[in-house]
Design a protein around this ligand. Structure first.
Ligand SMILES: Cc1cc2nc3c(=O)[nH]c(=O)nc-3n(C[C@H](O)[C@H](O)[C@H](O)COP(=O)(O)OP(=O)(O)OC[C@H]3O[C@@H](n4cnc5c(N)ncnc54)[C@H](O)[C@@H]3O)c2cc1C
Length: 292
């Protein structure tokens, strides 16, 4: 099918994009990489009357490291983020997750902000944002505000941004611990497809190999990407013994709310959630132990 007719405007600055959003009303849409929006328009699941193109706004394309967090501009291509060695050291889950996102061609075009704003509960970057507690900077013609991932993702393909707001920047917490490790893993029908279930974890250890900090997240098993701070906190003080890993993974699997579809039943997704959560935790622990 073809998209319904729409008007098109190319914004030259963030201010102009915000003005256009404010003027064009609730059914105007920003277009970044177009990797999700264009197929949805072609299937007529979305019929925006205006498309506001943010691809030419250089101020939305950057990656920078601060003391406690890494900043990425919303319109930075996923491939740029995955290639960035400094980011891979400070926020390793970004590169680890992006290896599972679509294909080279979609990552060359798709943007980090587009993936977060699209908010598919099975998408990889939203899981990373959720478990790390990334912060989203939103801009409108009225001003800016900052919200954490946990408040940003409100449902399947739904976020707390207003129709007149542009996601400007994402702030990814940097862990200061030297002995830290992380892992992202998933099962999908074919590599490059959205995850049937995805799991990610990050751990820090003390000199004796005891866990001092842990986060755990799952994708594809709820209305939003899920993080389990209380369950992960139970791992603190352990050496990720098999029983501790199994308990945490099973508790996370029990807490999620998977749906069923033609690819997998809800029960099978819950089973995968436990298996993958345990795998992500074990892999993170091995990496943390190996870190200097
Ligand atoms: C074949 C194929 C396979 C794919 N596989 C995966 C996969 O495995 N995992 C995965 O996560 N994704 C996958 N995708 C989707 C891809 O990652 C998209 O890049 C991503 O979902 C959207 O990013 P985009 O820049 O293309 O956004 P667009 O498609 O341009 O926009 C998506 C939505 O976000 C909004 N938006 C975009 N930028 C902003 C902004 N700055 N502020 C506010 N709203 C904004 C748009 O208005 C729209 O509603 C796949 C896509 C294809 C075509």
């Amino acid at each position: 099918m073809k998209a319904a007719p729409f008007e098109y405007a190319r914004a030259g600055s963030i201010g102009e994009a915000c003005d256009l959003l404010a003027r064009r009303g609730d059914d105007a849409k920003l277009i970044a990489g177009g990797q999700s929006l264009v197929p949805m328009m072609a299937m007529r699941l979305l019929r925006p009357s205006w498309l506001i193109d943010i691809n030419e706004i250089s101020a939305l394309k950057f990656a920078a490291i601060e003391k406690d967090f890494a900043r990425t501009g919303a319109c930075t291509r996923q491939a740029e983020i995955a290639r960035d060695d400094a980011l891979a050291v400070r926020v390793p889950l970004l590169r680890q997750a992006l290896a599972w996102v679509g294909h080279v061609q979609t990552r060359n075009r798709g943007t980090v902000g587009g993936s977060l704003a699209h908010a598919d509960p099975a998408a990889e970057l939203p899981v990373v944002a959720q478990l790390l507690g990334a912060r989203m900077l939103l801009r409108s013609s009225k001003g800016t505000r900052e919200i954490e991932a946990g408040e940003f993702f409100t449902g399947p393909m739904a976020v707390a941004a207003r129709p007149d707001e542009c996601l400007e920047e994402i702030r990814w917490p940097i862990w200061s611990e030297k002995r830290a490790g992380s892992a992202f893993t998933e099962i999908s029908v074919r590599h490059g497809d959205f995850a049937m279930v995805a799991a990610a974890a990050q751990l820090a250890l003390d000199a004796d190999g005891k866990c001092t900090r842990a986060v755990l997240g799952l994708g594809g098993v709820g209305r939003t990407p899920l993080a389990f701070p209380k369950i992960a906190a139970r791992l603190v003080g352990t050496r990720l013994e098999e029983s501790a890993v199994r308990d945490a993974a099973q508790a996370a699997a029990a807490a999620c709310e998977p749906g069923g579809d033609l690819h997998a039943s809800a029960e099978y997704r819950r089973h995968l959630a436990g298996v993958l959560a345990a795998r992500a935790l074990r892999e993170s622990y091995e990496k943390a132990k190996a870190a200097a």
